[in-house]
Write a protein that binds this ligand. Structure first.
Ligand code: SF4
Length: 113
């Protein structure tokens, strides 16, 4: 399959082929591209960003996962964001939802409120 590396603006176009348990990657210009392609084939992950309700305010709090989560968990993480309500004050980096949706990844604040 064709895949474009998103790790830097160069955007290398890679050919990625799964052969048995092995993943063969060509077209990358550096090791980060190969690592990205292998992860996309074996365990694709994404950062999740969103908004969490703030108690007593109309303005929501922007949040993100501290690290990328498996793509298959994104809906569950978004549901956890929808269910959550945070109490102020909050600082950037504060944990808003620990172990979001059982992923082992915390959701953290990306703004001071
Ligand atoms: S393979 Fe390396 S050089 Fe190419 S886009 Fe990815 S990070 Fe950039």
């Amino acid at each position: 399959m064709k895949m474009i590396c998103i790790n830097c603006p160069k955007g290398c176009e890679m050919d990625v082929e799964k052969v048995g348990d092995d993943v063969r990657v060509t077209g990358h210009s550096c090791p980060r591209g190969e690592a990205y392609a292998r992860a996309e084939v074996t365990n694709p992950t994404r950062m999740v960003t969103g908004l969490v309700r703030v108690a007593g305010m109309r303005k929501p709090l922007p949040v993100k996962t501290r690290t990328a989560v498996p793509k298959g968990s994104i809906d569950a993480v978004l549901f956890a964001l929808h269910q959550a309500t945070v109490q102020l004050p909050v600082k950037i980096g504060d944990v808003i939802i620990p172990d979001a949706a059982g992923t082992g990844v915390d959701v953290v604040a990306t703004a001071n409120m």
